[in-house]
Design a protein around this ligand. Structure first.
Ligand SMILES: [Zn+2]
Length: 119
């Protein structure tokens, strides 16, 4: 098993028009009393390949974490957002994230509650 390539949490790694929407999304979430943080922003191809291998060629103590090699994270058009205090363990947080993302014209995916992407 190879070492996990670093995860980028820097919002400025995102494609500019998407970054502006993500900033508004974070503001709206904070306005609803949540504590959103970026878990992952843009992703290198090397990291995408590593993640694709999770649950297939190696394990990270969990199920496969990505379903594709053509993730929009690669071009800075996707971000994963979680709660700073509770991580993934807050269903209401992810319900709110989904509805606020949709109001901003962003897409979410059923497999991953934390993932938002440019349409
Ligand atoms: Zn994602």
């Amino acid at each position: 098993m190879s070492k996990e390539p670093a995860r980028c949490t820097n919002i400025s790694s995102l494609w500019e028009p998407f970054r502006r929407k993500v900033e508004r999304l974070l503001e709206r979430m904070r306005g609803r009393g949540f504590d959103p943080i970026i878990f992952e922003a843009a992703r290198s191809r090397q990291r995408q390949e590593w993640l694709y291998g999770v649950g297939r060629t190696h394990h990270k103590g969990r199920k496969p974490v990505t379903w594709t090699m053509t993730s929009r994270h690669l071009v800075g058009k996707a971000a994963d957002i979680v709660s700073k205090s509770r991580g993934w363990d807050w269903p209401e947080f992810f319900d709110a994230l989904k509805s606020e993302a949709s109001r901003l014209g962003l897409e979410t995916i059923p497999q991953e509650g934390c993932h938002v992407q440019w349409r």
